[in-house]
Design a protein around this ligand. Structure first.
Ligand code: PEP
Ligand code: MG
Length: 324
């Protein structure tokens, strides 16, 4: 009923055994911010900024980036906003005359942070805008497609350089702007402990983590039947990242499609996940699952499942847990 829905919106996401769970929204354009505000009290966990670059002949400048971030900040007020730097390339091509030779394997090519570090005319205006936006709201910056810790070091150096530029210009920013990374390349998941030393938070991108760990093109219908969030290798990788984050004392979010699928909520809670970021339309359904869950019991159950050696038995237990 309507009354029930209003009540659910106001309720905070806490499990039966009193574990607080952050429910955050994924957005792609400033226009999505009101829908995020409506349901996600914990703010925006993934702002996919690359959409500002698409379907246009030129590249957005600093002021245009800033204007779109301020729009989101003004809508969400005090709530945190995680701005992901442009994840262009592969399925999200940039126009602006920058289209290089067509890569044979674009998903394995110059995309995300690789493209930004190579084409810094594209990256630096965005860095300046994110830093400037951080003066007006609770902004976090997030780097996509990391595969080496060297990339993190390069980004952090650019952030420091950008801060110096802004100081010289007399422009305000949050000196402690948190910088986090997407863990979506299996190599980064395996080495999550090392990445945690340099980053303020993790966000697990299961859409890509599944694609890369199972070698299944996420947009190729021919192999779609093999795209499996419940593959034990995927679950082990997710578990490794969550444990590495906990050990390092940094928050871990999961912002792939898995986070918004209520069938997987219990499984992810059992893996120890405390922050979910998803399409605004899924937040209330996932919240219902959280309110109904017992995190400690799920942790034991999921631990047992992960340790099950017999594959059919494991698949059956996973199917039972997820109702799939
Ligand atoms: C992901 O890979 O899971 C993710 C959230 O990023 P995107 O879908 O934009 O690649
Ligand atoms: Mg991704």
């Amino acid at each position: 009923s309507r009354h029930e829905l209003v009540k659910l919106k106001r309720q905070s996401a806490v499990t039966r055994d009193a574990v607080s769970i952050g429910l955050h929204a994924n957005i792609e354009l400033p226009e999505d911010a009101p829908a995020a505000k409506e349901v996600a009290v914990d703010g925006v966990g993934l702002y996919r900024t690359e959409f500002l670059f698409m379907n246009r002949p030129d590249v957005p400048d600093e002021e245009e980036h800033l204007a779109s971030y301020l729009h989101v900040i003004n809508t969400l007020g005090e709530r945190p906003i995680t701005i992901r730097t442009a994840d262009l390339g592969a399925d999200k091509q940039v126009d602006g005359g920058r289209r290089g030779p067509v890569a044979t394997n674009p998903a394995l090519g110059l995309r995300g942070i690789r493209l930004c570090l190579k084409d810094q005319d594209l990256f630096r205006p965005q860095l300046r805008a994110i830093l400037r936006a951080s003066h007006f709201g609770q902004v976090r910056m997030m780097i996509p497609m990391l595969s080496t810790t060297h990339e993190v070091a390069q980004v952090l150096r650019l952030v420091d350089e950008t801060k110096r530029e802004l100081r010289a210009r007399g422009q305000a920013f949050d000196e402690h702007l948190p910088v986090g990374g997407m863990i979506e390349v299996p190599a980064a998941a395996v080495c999550a402990g090392q990445f945690a030393r340099q980053l303020d938070f993790f966000s697990i991108g299961t859409n890509d983590l599944i694609q890369y760990s199972l070698a299944i093109d996420r947009i190729d219908d021919e192999v779609n039947y093999l795209y499996d969030p419940l593959h034990p290798a995927v679950l082990q990788l997710i578990s490794m990242v969550i444990r590495a984050g906990r050990k390092a004392g940094i928050p871990v979010t999961l912002c792939g499609e898995m986070a918004g699928d209520p069938r997987y909520t219990r499984l992810l809670l059992g893996l120890g996940l405390a922050h979910f970021s998803m399409h605004p339309n899924s937040v209330l359904e996932v919240k219902r699952m959280v309110l109904d869950a017992d995190a400690a019991r799920l942790a034991e159950q999921v631990d047992r499942i992960l340790r099950t050696a017999q594959p059919e038995r494991q698949a059956q237990l996973l199917a039972d847990l997820t109702g799939t």
